[in-house]
Design a protein around this ligand. Structure first.
Ligand code: NAD
Length: 248
């Protein structure tokens, strides 16, 4: 399975983003790991380095277009044009729709949806010069099922599925593939905002495969979509959820 060799992973300080970076980390691969959490992302870069990759941590807020441009330009100066991007950074604050402040709505859209768009566009400008590239965005099962107390989150993730298809159409002629992973409930910090350990693991009982996802389950799908094995796939959204989405 041939993978891109110069890759950016956003939201890589922990959880799924860190698992993706570690899955990709091997000798000959240059990895830029981005996050707003400096300590976590530096630890991820160290772990990638231990696996033989060239890895560097950047403190980047994916809601900041200038910071994204600066980080991609620095990547290019150091290692050349990126040929892989994983848009994984995301936030899921909870708020009831009637009580939700407009600023809360806008912040989730800014990070999850605008961040994905601006990062993809900034990186794709370089991939276009290369004549190839693979981008994987991160949606959520909530895009399909809705999210109680999370209208902003579900809307942002639904937007990512539509955005993925649109960018795939725009960029296919440049050899750039754009796909999307749809994680189900996965064992990271994100669901722990509203669930304790017991509740989280109990939720696995209602999933057909009998457990919630592990970050590594999602990382494997991301790696496949980045790889040449998915070379005829673009605009697709692939769910990894133990069968949960089939449960009414
Ligand atoms: P997580 O909270 O552990 O990780 C998210 C990472 O994104 C954190 O390191 C965080 O600091 C970073 N981040 C947040 N805002 C950022 C910003 N503005 N700029 C850069 N980085 C930022 O959660 P996770 O579960 O690993 O989430 C990874 C992705 O998977 C997210 O997009 C999330 O919405 C999605 N997802 C998660 C689940 C789940 O159950 N865990 C389910 C569906 C989708």
């Amino acid at each position: 399975m041939a993978l891109p060799r110069r890759v950016i992973v956003t939201g890589a300080a922990q959880g799924i983003g860190r698992a993706v970076a570690l899955h990709l980390a091997s000798p000959g691969v240059a990895l830029a790991v981005w996050d707003v959490k400096r300590d976590g992302v530096e630890e991820t870069a160290k772990l990638c380095h231990e696996r033989g990759a060239t890895a560097r941590a950047w403190t980047v807020d994916v809601g900041d277009a200038d910071a994204i441009e600066a980080a991609v330009a620095a990547f290019e100066r150091a290692w050349g044009k990126p040929d892989g991007l994983v848009n994984n950074a995301g936030i899921f604050p909870r708020a009831r729709a009637l009580d939700m402040k407009l600023a809360e709505w806008e912040e989730v859209l800014r990070v999850n949806l605008t961040g994905t768009f601006v990062t993809a566009r900034t990186v794709a400008a370089r991939m276009k010069d290369l004549g190839r590239g693979a981008i994987v965005n991160t949606a959520s099962g909530r895009a399909l099922a809705g999210a109680a107390n999370g209208a902003h989150y579900a809307a942002s993730k639904g937007g990512i599925i539509a955005l993925t298809k649109s960018l795939a159409l725009d960029w296919a002629a440049y050899g750039i593939r754009v796909n999307c992973v749809i994680p189900g409930l996965t064992d990271t910090a994100q669901p722990r905002v509203e669930m304790g350990d017991n509740e989280l693991y109990a939720a696995g009982a209602s999933i057909p495969m009998g457990r919630i996802g592990r970050p590594e389950d999602i990382a494997a799908v991301v790696a496949f979509l980045l790889s040449d094995d998915a070379g005829y796939m673009t605009g697709q959204s692939v769910a990894a959820n133990g069968g949960a989405i089939m449960v009414p």
